[in-house]
Design a protein around this ligand. Structure first.
Ligand SMILES: C[S@@+](CC[C@H](N)C(=O)[O-])C[C@H]1O[C@@H](n2cnc3c(N)ncnc32)[C@H](O)[C@@H]1O
Length: 185
């Protein structure tokens, strides 16, 4: 497939997501991911919940030349759609779409991870698995989506990133929802 401009691919996914009620990040959240990736220049980024690759494209297209994204999706059908969209955006060389359960995959990762975007699964269990394997080092950025929507369920995670002393953590309020951005001290 010929690589389209990633903007055109993102616009296509926006329309597809509207039509099929897919839960992709909106433009405001995508712009926050973009700003964080541009600022922190991660060499290795991780994402839980690829769906059709929308947030993955936002992250991957802003990585430094040597940067890579590993994005984890439990549904093979969705992962296949994401692979096609990522290829159309010309980003196949920067992104690995892994089919599997996010926590299972997290438990197998070793080595430093610079940027994590949690968009599904048990954020606290995933983060603790990464910490246990020594993947989270000084300056690693952890972004958690939907913390306003799932505020009640995410108290364990919020307590960990805000009160453990390990992270400097801030809430980004988008009105209808919010993201928690935590930087490892
Ligand atoms: C909210 S959507 C992700 C949206 C995507 N990050 C975006 O903004 O473009 C969540 C995705 O996670 C997948 N998923 C659900 N449980 C999962 C798990 N345990 N591990 C990995 N992926 C999972 C779903 O199939 C769905 O595609």
């Amino acid at each position: 497939m010929r690589a389209l401009e990633s903007d055109a691919v993102l616009e296509g996914i926006d329309r597809y997501a509207d039509k099929h009620f897919l839960h992709i990040v909106n433009r405001e959240k995508a712009r926050l991911l973009e700003r964080l990736v541009k600022k922190h220049k991660p060499e290795l980024a991780l994402e839980t919940g690829t769906l059709v690759g929308y947030s993955a494209i936002w992250i991957a297209r802003n990585l430094p030349a040597s940067g890579r994204l590993v994005t984890i999706e439990v549904s093979k059908r969705r992962a296949d759609e994401a692979v096609k969209n990522i290829a159309a955006a010309g980003l196949s060389g920067k992104v690995d779409v892994v089919v599997g359960d996010a926590l299972d995959v997290m438990r197998k990762i070793h080595g430093r991870v610079d940027f994590v975007f949690f968009d599904v699964a048990d954020y606290l269990a995933c983060l603790e698995a990464l910490e246990k394997n020594g993947c989270v080092g000084k300056g690693s950025i952890i972004v958690a989506n939907n913390v306003k929507w799932f505020w009640g369920q995410l108290q364990g995670y919020i307590g960990h990133v805000r009160d453990s002393g390990k992270y400097k953590s801030s809430f980004h309020d988008f009105g209808f929802d919010g993201m928690e951005v935590s930087v490892r001290r």
